[in-house]
Every structure is written in structure tokens, then in C-alpha cells.
Design a protein around this ligand. Structure first.
Ligand SMILES: [Zn+2]
Length: 247
């Protein structure tokens, strides 16, 4: 069955001498992998449309075995990403996480939209830390391991949330903070941000201003949380950390 499928290329791997296996996150069918014949020949049209981060429209023969891309048109090449190492590192991270945490062929329009918006943000802005964290938290939820950020993970109280416990998997209130001596203390405003990050779409958030110091606390917190619950090793994360150390 030949289908017209709009989507974003999230992975592209060599296959044999001249072909590629391309993973696309699509609106219609969710994540799918398909063979792109001749895509390794740099001058082919297929090569252009199957590069990572391309937003395109693909005509894909969905078979019982491996699906095949017959043809594709670039909707947006997102070229600015490929021309900037930081943007490349950011986008490589969000698409790798998407690939790891989503099941194949399970459409999720909301996550698709959030990914498209996060990529558009990275194209237009140098600082993308907050949109990336927002997207990550939504993927954690999709993966079934989101932290508890709307109330105390221990007692359920919604007030006075003062720290985040990796071990308990969420925020702790001032009465419960002592149950985890490694809990990360958070200013109240930052604890509230976690909930916004998880529940609010990027389109509803203008510019969140947050102190650099607090942003770094949140970044470390999410990294530690993912290491504990996420499970999959991320090549792109290692790359991001290496770049960070150079700064
Ligand atoms: Zn509590």
C-alpha cells in the first residue's frame, strides 16, 4: 500500500553500498523505518530528502516486511541546524530521545507537534535549553516514567514543594524533604516550572526567563533523573556533555 506520509527524519543509517534505512516520525503512523534506495549517492534526490532533521513528505510503500520510500519532497530542510554544531547537538539529542522512547507505528499527534515546534525553536534561537527540557519531560511521560511534579511524591500535598528526589521520583514538600538526604533543594518558583514544563505545550509559553543558575540545576536534575529511569544510553547526550565541557 502506497501512502503519502508527512514526517521528520529522526535517524538515517547506511544500508549496504548505496542504500539507507531511514526512521521517520510521522503524523499519520507514528515512528516508522523504511528503506531509501540509492540514498547514499550524494547527488541523488533521495539523499537530500533522507538527511537527519528533514521535515518532508514521503511516498512510502508500507509492506509486511521492510517498508520502502518511493519518493520524497522536502518541506523544510532545517539547514540552519546542520550549519551550527550546537544546534546539531541539540537536535540530535531530541530526535535520538524520540527514537528511543517511542514505540513503532503508534501515532501521537501531540508529541509530533511538540517535536516540530522544538526543532523550529532550535532553528531560530541559540538558547534552547528550556524548550528541550519541556520536550524531554513530555517524552518521559510518554515513556511512562515521568516524575511527580504536581504534588509531593511522598504525601500528595500540593503546597510547599521544596526539593526534588531522584530516588523517590519527584518533588517533596517541606514536611517530607528529610526522607531523602540527597534530594535537590529547589526555589519554589523552579519547582513550579517543572510542572509547567511537563504539562504545557511549547506554543503556550512565550519566553520563560529563568536564572542561569536555576537552569543549570534543572538540567542536572533531568540528567540524573534520566540516568536513573530512562534506561537507554544516548550517544547524542555524550556529545552534548563533551561540548559543554569545552565551553
Ligand atoms: Zn510531602
Amino acid at each position: 500500500m502506497l501512502e503519502k506520509i508527512e514526517g521528520i527524519v529522526i535517524k538515517s543509517q547506511d544500508y549496504g553500498e548505496t542504500h539507507k534505512i531511514v526512521t521517520i516520525f510521522s503524523k499519520k503512523v507514528g515512528k516508522l523505518s523504511a528503506l531509501a534506495r540509492g540514498a547514499k549517492k550524494t547527488k541523488s534526490r533521495m539523499a537530500a530528502v533522507t538527511q537527519p532533521f528533514i521535515h518532508g513528505e514521503f511516498f512510502i510503500y508500507l509492506g509486511k516486511g521492510l517498508s520502502t520510500i518511493q519518493q520524497g519532497e522536502v518541506i523544510n530542510s532545517n539547514r540552519a541546524i546542520r550549519e551550527d554544531i550546537m544546534k546539531t547537538a541539540f537536535t540530535a539529542f531530541v530526535v535520538e530521545l524520540t527514537d528511543k522512547l517511542l514505540e513503532a507505528e503508534e501515532p501521537d499527534y501531540y508529541i509530533y507537534e511538540q517535536l516540530a515546534k522544538t526543532i523550529a525553536w532550535i532553528v531560530e534561537n541559540d538558547d534552547a535549553d528550556i524548550p528541550i527540557m519541556m520536550y524531554e519531560l513530555k517524552l518521559y511521560k510518554k515513556g511512562g516514567f515521568a516524575p511527580t511534579v504536581d504534588s509531593c511524591v511522598n504525601c500528595g500535598r500540593k503546597e510547599d514543594l521544596v526539593s526534588f528526589s531522584i530516588a523517590e521520583g519527584g518533588l517533596l514538600c517541606n514536611r517530607c524533604a528529610s526522607i531523602d538526604q540527597h534530594a535537590i533543594a529547589l526555589p519554589k518558583s523552579v519547582a513550579k516550572l517543572l510542572r509547567i514544563f511537563l504539562e504545557v505545550g511549547l506554543e503556550q509559553v512565550g519566553t520563560i526567563t529563568i536564572k542561569e543558575q536555576n537552569k543549570q540545576i534543572l538540567r542536572k536534575l533531568l540528567d540524573a533523573y534520566y540516568d536513573q529511569y530512562g534506561g537507554y544510553f544516548l550517544k547524542s547526550k555524550k556529545f552534548l556533555r563533551q561540548i559543554d565541557q569545552l565551553k
